[in-house]
Design a protein around this ligand. Structure first.
Ligand SMILES: [Zn+2]
Length: 172
């Protein structure tokens, strides 16, 4: 499957160049495998991301079944400017993840995954925001608040680092 190898190589180069030239995360579509699991009260477009969150946690020794978290998941307009996602929790209401529809429509795979995982970081992992920086000045965590001015380089090369960081405080 030589063709596929060449494609993924080119993809990484394009991604790399785009990351250097702009602050906005690239919008290439990564072909994802369809979700195998379903999640009650969650928009179907979020299922594969929820499932990947479980898989990434499991790869780090944490077993979560998101269906046991009484979550809702929606993609709809968030009227706060610049807010791509929210997680509301507490009280008797189910923990509610909302992803902004205009953001969703223009975002690529990595941006979408980063925002969904950020909200699940609040709603499932119970994590707060952190504004920590890496040695070279990028956001050290996808749990950044977004009010600082660091950049999060969540892409094919750095994703493993960010997911280790996301789950590591909880890993056994
Ligand atoms: Zn947040």
């Amino acid at each position: 499957m030589k063709g596929i190898r060449i494609f993924s190589f080119l993809f990484i180069i394009v991604l790399h160049q785009m990351m250097q030239s702009c602050d906005v995360l690239p919008t290439e579509e990564v072909v994802t495998t369809p979700a195998v699991r379903s999640f009650a009260n969650v928009d179907e477009r979020l299922w594969s991301y929820f499932e990947d969150f479980e898989k990434q946690a499991a790869a780090r020794g944490l077993n979560y079944n998101l269906n046991q978290f009484n979550l809702t998941g929606a993609i709809s307009d968030i009227h706060d400017d610049g807010v791509a996602g929210t997680c509301s929790y507490g009280g008797r209401q189910p923990n509610s993840v909302t992803i902004d529809m205009p953001f969703w429509d223009r975002a690529g795979f990595f941006s979408r995954e980063m925002v969904v995982f950020h909200e699940l970081g609040h709603c499932v992992l119970g994590r707060d925001h952190t504004e920590a920086l890496t040695n070279n000045g990028y956001c050290a965590s996808i749990m950044r608040s977004g009010t600082g001015n660091c950049r999060t380089l969540y892409n094919a090369q750095n994703k493993e680092y960010y997911l280790d960081e996301l789950f590591e405080t909880l890993s056994p």
